[in-house]
Each structure stands twice: as structure tokens, then as C-alpha cells.
Design a protein around this ligand. Structure first.
Ligand code: PRP
Ligand code: MG
Length: 201
């Protein structure tokens, strides 16, 4: 048996749509179920449903053999894993955003504090960063910060909150990662699964 850690939330829906597109009903039908159970078994593949930032934790420690997770999470924190492949979904990007007419960003709020720090270091801009856990668009609205570094997908959240994008920072996409040991010790089962889902030919 192999264990595949999936990220709950948007990426989960994108993954189901992706495997439906691959004609893999045996997985998608089970994964679409309404149950609150946090794991499910299909043949010899056990899927676990984790919070996105926890997926690389399970994979690093071998509790899961494979993880499907956004590159935003992998870029934000350092983990040990094999970077197997990019996946053709979950595409969005990081941006610096704020209210219109900001000349200089002195304070910036973000859930992705390391990505934000790296960006401003590269730009050689001294910015004070404030770490928030989500809904960061509130920060410039309430005057907590001048702007935000956050993920933009459709752009609707920025628009609905009266914010605009100033700079695109990096691309984001779903990635397939694997545990450094079990990728080899469970090679056969892992290859079977990743070729089934169209990651390798
Ligand atoms: C994410 C992200 C943006 C929004 C981008 O937030 O932080 O706010 O989605 O998507 P859009 O461009 O399609 O509107 P999410 O709702 O996932 O929650 P969080 O900010 O609380 O983590
Ligand atoms: Mg958000």
C-alpha cells in the first residue's frame, strides 16, 4: 500500500477534476464522497486529506509516500522531499497588492512571510512585514499595512476588496512530491500510481 497526502481546499477540487479528466473514475468517485473521514482506501492506494502546509510534513517523515501540494507551500518553508513533477492545475501567482495610489510600501502583511521577505530582499527594499494567517486583504483596508503579498488566482478577492496588483512575484502550480526513501523502496507501487494519474508516461 502507498499513502498519498492530498491538500484539502481548492487544490483538492482541482485534483479531482484532473483525475476525472484522466478517466480515473475509481479514484474520483470515492474522493468526491461526502464523508468527514480524513482518509480513504482505493485498491492499494490510501488517500489522506490534510491541510496544505501539513502535506510536506507527512511526506518528509514518511507518514505519506506521495504528496500533492501547491508550490506556494513548498516555497514558503524548507522540507526534505523529492520534487517529482509539476502538475497541470492549481495555477496562480504571488503578487504584491494594495490600494490604488501607493507610492511606497513601508509595511506589508502576508501569510507567506518567507516568500515576502525573499522578494523584498531581492528588490533591496526595506519593508516591515506583518504575519497574518489569512484574509490578508483586510490589512491594507484597516491601515494595518500598506499592502499585501498574497496569492492571486482569478483576481476577484483583490477586486472585491478594492485592491490592485502592483507586481507579479512568482508563479504557483500544484506539485507532486515524494518521500526520499519510500520513493525507492516502494518504487513499483509508486510508479504504478503516478503513471496512472498521468505524471509519467
Ligand atoms: C486565497 C488568497 C487570496 C484568494 C485569491 O485566499 O489568499 O485571498 O484566495 O483568489 P482569487 O484571486 O481567485 O480571488 P483563500 O480564500 O484561499 O483563504 P485565506 O486567505 O484565508 O488563506
Ligand atoms: Mg485569501
Amino acid at each position: 500500500m502507498i499513502t498519498v497526502a492530498l491538500s484539502k481546499g481548492r487544490l483538492f477540487d482541482d485534483f479531482i477534476k484532473y483525475i476525472e479528466g484522466q478517466g480515473l473514475k475509481k479514484y474520483s468517485e470515492v474522493l468526491r464522497g461526502e464523508s468527514r473521514t480524513l482518509f480513504t482506501l482505493v485498491d492499494d492506494v490510501r488517500f489522506i486529506f490534510a491541510k496544505g502546509p501539513d502535506v510536506p510534513v507527512y511526506v518528509e517523515r514518511g507518514a505519506a509516500d506521495i504528496g500533492i501540494v501547491g508550490s506556494d507551500i513548498l516555497d514558503e518553508e524548507d522540507f526534505e522531499y523529492l520534487n517529482v513533477s509539476g502538475l497541470p492545475f492549481g495555477r496562480c501567482h504571488f503578487a504584491l497588492a494594495g490600494p490604488p495610489n501607493i507610492d511606497h510600501f513601508n509595511t506589508v502583511a502576508s501569510k507567506y512571510i518567507n516568500i515576502a521577505r525573499k522578494y523584498f530582499n531581492q528588490e533591496q527594499e526595506a519593508v516591515s512585514l506583518i504575519h497574518l494567517n489569512g484574509s490578508v486583504e483586510l490589512a491594507p483596508i484597516l491601515g494595518l499595512a500598506d499592502g499585501i503579498v498574497d496569492i492571486v488566482q482569478t483576481g476577484n478577492t483583490l477586486k472585491d476588496n478594492g485592491l490592485i496588483e502592483y507586481k507579479k512575484i512568482t508563479e504557483v502550480q500544484a506539485r507532486l512530491i515524494a518521500n526520499k526513501q519510500t520513493f525507492y523502496t516502494k518504487e513499483e507501487e509508486i510508479y504504478k500510481f503516478i503513471s496512472e494519474i498521468g505524471v509519467i508516461a
